[in-house]
Design a protein around this ligand. Structure first.
Ligand code: C5P
Length: 221
């Protein structure tokens, strides 16, 4: 009989990349595999939570009966699903690699090659899901974000924490071997609102998810 640290808690998790349509056959995306977010969903469910997993386009499956999965494609769809689910939840974990911009115009037909000419794609900003949830966060709700940085990791992560009204932020650096996109392992630090940083060793994404869930559980008491 293991301890279930998230018993009956409702957790919303975003995971994976978003695809921003250019035309019916092309998109702007990123290399996120969704593995970290899916590991968080599995571990949260194993720890007794009812999970809403809002997943961008990924090739992963979920098995636990307490995971309700909502598949989305674009940042706008992910935003709508997250804003709908979060008010009824105890916590949100924003693990998705959301596209910051989308093409202003999505062509209805496949764009044809111009004769030798260059081509411009005009991009407009997507909504920041983390910041939007941070703005509607109620007393007692806990919000967790991720930061993947290539430079000035800690400083950027701390400013993100404040700007998005997060309770803690999980920092993973692209500089660490075996961390970040597509791998099965990750190396994280957690920075909380008190400015306290805890470093963790390189672990499987499953093991990292356990550390994050345990940290979340301490704030949900
Ligand atoms: O600002 P940056 O994208 O680096 O922040 C990363 C954090 O914000 C992650 O938790 C990510 O899931 C979240 N985010 C979001 N919506 C966006 C951009 C980022 O929820 N449009």
């Amino acid at each position: 009989a293991s301890r279930t640290v998230l018993e009956k808690k409702k957790i919303v998790i975003t995971a994976g990349p978003t695809y921003e349509k250019i035309d019916p056959v092309r998109f702007i995306g990123n290399y996120s595999s969704g593995k970290m977010g899916f590991a968080l969903a599995e571990v949260s469910a194993q720890q007794g939570a009812e999970v809403t997993l809002i997943a961008g386009p990924v090739s992963l499956t979920t098995t636990h009966p307490n995971i309700q999965r909502i598949d989305v494609e674009s940042a706008e769809e992910m935003y709508q699903a997250a804003m709908t689910a979060f008010p009824g939840a105890d916590a949100g974990i924003l693990c998705a690699a959301v596209a910051d911009y989308r093409p202003e115009i999505q062509a209805g037909e496949k764009i044809k090659r111009e004769s030798k000419g260059e081509m411009m794609l005009h991009l407009i900003p997507n909504k920041d899901i983390a910041a939007s949830l941070g703005a509607i966060k109620r007393e007692g709700q806990v919000l967790v974000g991720f930061a993947l940085e290539t430079n000035n990791e800690a400083t950027n992560a701390e400013s993100k924490l404040k700007r998005k009204n997060l309770d803690f932020i999980v920092l993973n650096s692209l500089r660490d071997a075996g961390a970040g996109f597509r791998c099965d392992t990750n190396k994280i630090s957690i920075i909380d609102r008190q400015g306290e940083t805890t470093g963790y060793p390189l672990k499987s994404k499953q093991g990292v998810a356990v550390d994050i869930v345990n940290k979340l559980a301490t704030l949900l008491k």
